[in-house]
Write a protein of this length. Sequence first.
Length: 243
Amino acid sequence: MRRNVAGLVVVFVGAAVVQLATSNTYLRYVKPGMRWMLLAAGAILIVLAVADVLADTRKTPATQDDDGPGHGHGHGHGHLLPRAAWLLVIPIFALLVVDPPALGADAAQRQSPVAAKPIAPKGQPWLADSAQGDTPVPLAVRDYAVYAVWERDSMKGRNFQLTGFVTPGKNGTWYVSRIGLTCCVADGTAFMVEARGQAAPPKNQWVTVTGQWAEPTKRADGDVAALTVTGVRNVTPPANQYE
């Protein structure tokens, strides 16, 4: 019976993984490209657990305990369900019921807003067009945070549109932020752009801002990308809140 309980727990784990992948909740933990790997992993767990339980139940049960006649009731005690085993199921049910939020301003505030130097900046097609214009260029926050500092000549005089969540800073400053993932939330990196010229919306509010490139803010650990904001619009968070 204890082996059956272990198999049941594994089934629940597999079902939780499948449910996360099919409901898009997995986007709060890993990158979109990992969806099929999660579905495959969950399905394999369910199949293996069910196969193990079925194989165990088909085995010929022992007729009596080795203690001999009169002690058959002793065998029944081995089938008592350990109460502690069910505690293993609680985190799984919590994962299915509780809807955890994606990383937001609290995670971003624990990191530096200074973005690292890009490896190959000229590989970005929008940078090749250095023409200035009034039409805002929609850009990922992580791209702006990097290239506004390291490719200033291509950014000067141009207007941009960024979408992210609000991260409060010190002395009334605030940032448009996004969390970038390499693989999963464990390696999440905050990309932050200082917003100038407009009052800060509430913390964690998702906004789309438009504005013009501004000289980066200098800090002891490096320069921080900045945008002179001319318009702020509250928006609904996207299905995939990471970049």
